[in-house]
Design a binder for this molecule. Sequence first.
Ligand SMILES: C[S@@+](CC[C@H](N)C(=O)[O-])C[C@H]1O[C@@H](n2cnc3c(N)ncnc32)[C@H](O)[C@@H]1O
Length: 250
Amino acid sequence: MKEKPWYETSFDEFYLDLDKFAHSPEGSRKEASDAIALLGIRERSSVLDLCCGQGRHSIAIAEFGHEVRGLDLSKRMLDAARAHQLAAGVDVTWIHADMRDIPAGLELDAVLSLYQSFGYLEHRNDDLEVLKAIRAALATDGRLLLQVPNRDAVAKDFWQSRFTLLPDGSHLGEVRQFDPASGWLRLTMTIFRDGSSQRREFRIRLYNASEIEQMLISAGLRLVQVSASLSGAAFNLDSDRMVVVASKVT
Ligand SMILES: C[S@@+](CC[C@H](N)C(=O)[O-])C[C@H]1O[C@@H](n2cnc3c(N)ncnc32)[C@H](O)[C@@H]1O
């Protein structure tokens, strides 16, 4: 039997456990507000949070008054998203699907892919298929906001391993390998807690800004702006991440 791809098994309790230390509700709300400002969309826009995870941005964007859908492949992440949404008392439509399978006919004002959820799929062409699916889901004047690691900066200041004390007294070990030929970054994360350990592997294909621009063109999208952050900081070789805004070529 064919082994499941890594991204179908790594986003579970382990990820949620670490995510609570990595992102605060206030920080996620600020990211969502910055992303909406960078996109420059109108009030009550229709927005898709692609690879929404536990909905930390989807719910905030719904609270700002937009009509939000959150799509993710992990049932565990969507269950967490639904629980947060019910507690927040806002409407969000949750879609359980692969990022290539955005439902047809949505005519969206905006698609967001936040944090680092692009570059997981087996082949480069699969990543291109994601961009094509986004294009197909956008209204004529719709916009994409894509946040990804900046391959140039990751390669320039590459670290192989680190060990961090987490706020609950457990430890996180991270070991990374980067293959410059394929662009794959592999990350093994291990949580050491109460004398036992739990491990997951994550992989992401890294792109630099010019590769992303080329892929956007191939998907029928046009690069509007590249920034280093959701608040629009200037992008350069030291920027860990890039935030790309793109529009649809019609
Ligand atoms: C790093 S998390 C980011 C989640 C969210 N955007 C955030 O900022 O908290 C990546 C998410 O992508 C989802 N994912 C992974 N592969 C996917 C796929 N092929 N299709 C849809 N979602 C996927 C995972 O389940 C996970 O929730």
